[in-house]
Write a protein that binds this ligand. Structure first.
Ligand code: ADP
Ligand code: MG
Length: 251
């Protein structure tokens, strides 16, 4: 099997070691280990139900784990003394469905957390909102409401909102899956630019062409385990029949 066993090193931004997680009788993560170094893009793939979202949610402590260890930017995520607020400042997460508050303008969406969580001034937060919106190509949408934007623009605004917290790592969970195909490209372009800029990322995606181009490391999950892992090349030369079948069918 084409797999690399890694325990976390000092340079890992995110490291999962032998993580177990069940929902009742359902074992969803069965000894999962992987690590992401600074500036790396890790792409998590696998069939629906293989545990990808759960793994991401454990990284940000939206779920607690049963066994094993997760270390994120120096935070021991499963430590009872974890500073959750500090963890959430270091980790940005964007989901499939739009994450914006519908009753707030794009600017208000973006300035909310920096003002309330980080305590920066309104003026500073607005300056920063302009900067992160420019980064995703939406500087002209400051005063619009989410419903006035296309799905692709809303996802770009959601990414901008995460960036405003100046995270050390970004988690993306199928951020283009709910979009019409013609809007997918503009969101992927933003993610590509972030990667080129050196942002550390863990991303779940079904866009295999995109994954091949951007991944430093691919983790293929199957039945709650890391079934195969390696560089992007494993997507074109899989070592296991399960990954071969997965990339062959595309889903
Ligand atoms: P993926 O993202 O790879 O599709 P998930 O991590 O979302 O997989 O889900 C893995 C399995 O865990 C699925 O069978 C799903 O139904 C189940 N699951 C996920 N979250 C919960 C939950 N909060 N309670 C019970 N079962 C859950
Ligand atoms: Mg999922």
């Amino acid at each position: 099997m084409h797999s690399i066993t890694r325990t976390h090193s000092a340079s890992s931004v995110v490291a999962l070691s032998n993580v177990h997680k069940s929902f009742g009788a359902l074992k969803v993560l069965d000894g999962v280990s992987f690590a992401v170094d600074r500036g790396e893009v890790l792409v998590l793939i696998g069939r629906s139900g293989s545990g990808k979202s759960t793994a991401l949610r454990c990284i940000d402590r939206f779920e607690t784990i049963d066994r094993g260890e997760i270390v994120v930017c120096g935070h021991r995520v499963n430590d009872p003394k974890l500073d959750l607020r500090a963890l959430r400042q270091d980790v940005g997460i964007v989901f499939q469905s739009y994450n914006l508050f519908p009753h707030l303008t794009i600017e208000e969406n973006i300035t909310l957390a920096p003002c309330s969580v980080k305590g920066i001034s309104k003026v500073q937060a607005k300056e920063q909102a302009r900067r992160v919106l420019a980064q995703v190509g939406l500087e002209d949408k400051l005063h619009q409401y989410p419903e006035q934007l296309s799905g692709g623009q809303q996802q770009r605004a959601a990414i901008a909102r995460s960036l405003a917290m100046q995270p050390k790592v970004m988690l993306f969970d199928e951020v283009t899956s709910a979009l019409d195909p013609e809007l997918t490209g503009e969101v992927l372009k933003v993610i590509e630019a972030l990667a080129a800029d050196g942002m550390t990322m863990v991303m779940v995606t079904h866009e295999m062409g995109f994954a091949r181009g951007i991944a430093n490391r691919v983790v293929f999950m199957h039945r709650g385990k890391v079934h195969e892992t390696g560089p992007a090349a494993i997507l074109t030369s899989p070592a296991t029949p399960e990954l071969a079948q997965f990339v062959g069918t595309g889903l």
